[in-house]
Design a protein around this ligand. Sequence first.
Ligand code: 5GP
Length: 302
Amino acid sequence: MRDFDAAALSAKGALLRTQRAQLKSEISRGQHSIIELFDRAGEPQCDPVLAGLRVEWFLRSIPGFGVTKAQRLLDGVGISPRATLGGLRVRQRARLRRDVVCLYRRYFSHDRGKLVILVGPSGVGKGTIVSSITKKHPQFVVSVSATTRAPRSGEVEGVHYFFVDDQRFDQLIRDGELLEWASVHRLHRYGTPREAVEAHMDAGRHVILEIDIQGARQVKRAMKSALSVFVAPPTFDELERRLASRGTEDESERAVRLATARAELAASGECDYVVVNESVDVAAQSIVDLVLASTSKAPNKE
Ligand code: 5GP
């Protein structure tokens, strides 16, 4: 009986080793999402093939990582070479995840989508341009911001904005969940949720941020590879006319927006490109062309 148990156990061990070798080979051929695999290994019901994979082997199997990078990551977090993915302590897991994500993103930045910051005064037509881009080019998505301002009629939660109160906005800031945020027109706060942006970029989609100049500066500082485009009106008079015909603001709110617009126009030189919105289709296509041209260059190092 004991012999039988020993034989069964050894066969089971051999099978696990074979399956693990198969998994390593799949990882090295880029057949798995690294972060998803890492997260799955931490779940209580994870299958033993993945949970029992040594962290060192997991790291070494990631395309482009190799022995040196794997060792540096293990040393950095203080993980023993014998530790398995399923056996990491909570803090080790969190630190290693952060380091792997960081390195992985830098290494594969050429496969990631681009971050496109669209800046320009209220009423210049950024929203219409963005709709035109996302309708015709499914690899472009727009980030949905969080804001403390009240919804306008027709605006939908989670589509136009995530409408939150001041307390929730404070919480988002405290938890580091915003890529950037700013108080716009000195009236309300607006911010870009970080997680959704990163997930889209990881999936190779280009993410458009329709934000103000203060937010654009913050994003540019954090992500040098982001592309900033200033959408300018043909003339200031035309901007005034468009804002009035939109009819979504009363006169005093319009005056605030026009004052912000003058300051924003003065800062247009800070952006990588300026696109004049004479025609929505032409402006939209120019922005798409700029993004596609920039992604066909060498991978960026940031
Ligand atoms: P509105 O209240 O007209 O929807 O937006 C006013 C302005 O807020 C927009 O023109 C845009 O520049 C800015 N904005 C919208 N979302 C964000 C955001 O997430 N971050 C920052 N910094 N500005 C934003």
